[in-house]
Design a protein around this ligand. Structure first.
Ligand code: HEC
Length: 124
C-alpha cells in the first residue's frame, strides 16, 4: 500500500532529475556565443582556468595591477583576429609569459575560442 503510493512519485522525481541532467549537459555543450566552436571553447576553458586565470581572472577581466591590456574582455583584445591572438599568446609580452612550447598550437587556438566567449558576456 505504502509503496504503491510512493513509487509513482519517486519515479516522477527520478525522471525529472534525468531530464534536468540531460538539459544541463545540452546547455553546457552549446557555445555561449556565436554558435560554433562550442567543444573547442570547452577544451580551451580547461587550459585557460589552469594556465591563464591566475592573471586574467576567471572572467577574463584581468587583475587591474597588470594593466588594461590584461583585460581580455576589452575591445583592444577582442578586435584582434584569432591568428593575431594566437601569435601574441605564443610569443608572450612581458610580464605576459610566452606559451609557445608550453601549450600546443591546438590548445592555444582552443583558448582563443574560449577568450571569445568573454566578448559575448561583455556585450550583455
Ligand atoms: C603571469 C601573468 C599572466 C599569465 C599566466 C597569462 N597572462 Fe596573458 N597577459 C598578462 C599581462 C600582464 C598582459 C598585458 C601585457 C601588456 O601590458 O602588454 C597579458 C596580455 C594578454 C593578451 C592580450 C595581448 C594584447 O596585447 O592584446 C592575451 C590575448 C593574453 N594575455 C592571453 C593569455 C593566455 C591565453 C594565457 C594562458 C595561456 C595568459 N595570457 C596567461 C599576464 C599573464
Amino acid at each position: 500500500m505504502l509503496s504503491a503510493n510512493h513509487s509513482p512519485a519517486r519515479w516522477r522525481t527520478a525522471l525529472l532529475a534525468v531530464i534536468l541532467l540531460a538539459a544541463g549537459s545540452v546547455a553546457a555543450s552549446k557555445p555561449s556565443g556565436g554558435g560554433h566552436g562550442g567543444a573547442r571553447a570547452a577544451a580551451g576553458r580547461k587550459v585557460y582556468m589552469s594556465k591563464c586565470a591566475v592573471c586574467h581572472k576567471d572572467n577574463g577581466a584581468g587583475h587591474s595591477y597588470l594593466g588594461p591590456k590584461a583585460n581580455l574582455r576589452s575591445p583592444g583584445v577582442q578586435r584582434q583576429t584569432d591568428a593575431q591572438l594566437v601569435a601574441i599568446i605564443k610569443s608572450g609580452n612581458p610580464p605576459m609569459p610566452a606559451w609557445d612550447g608550453v601549450l600546443t598550437t591546438d590548445q592555444i587556438q582552443s583558448v582563443v575560442r574560449f577568450i571569445r566567449t568573454f566578448n559575448a558576456m561583455a556585450k550583455k
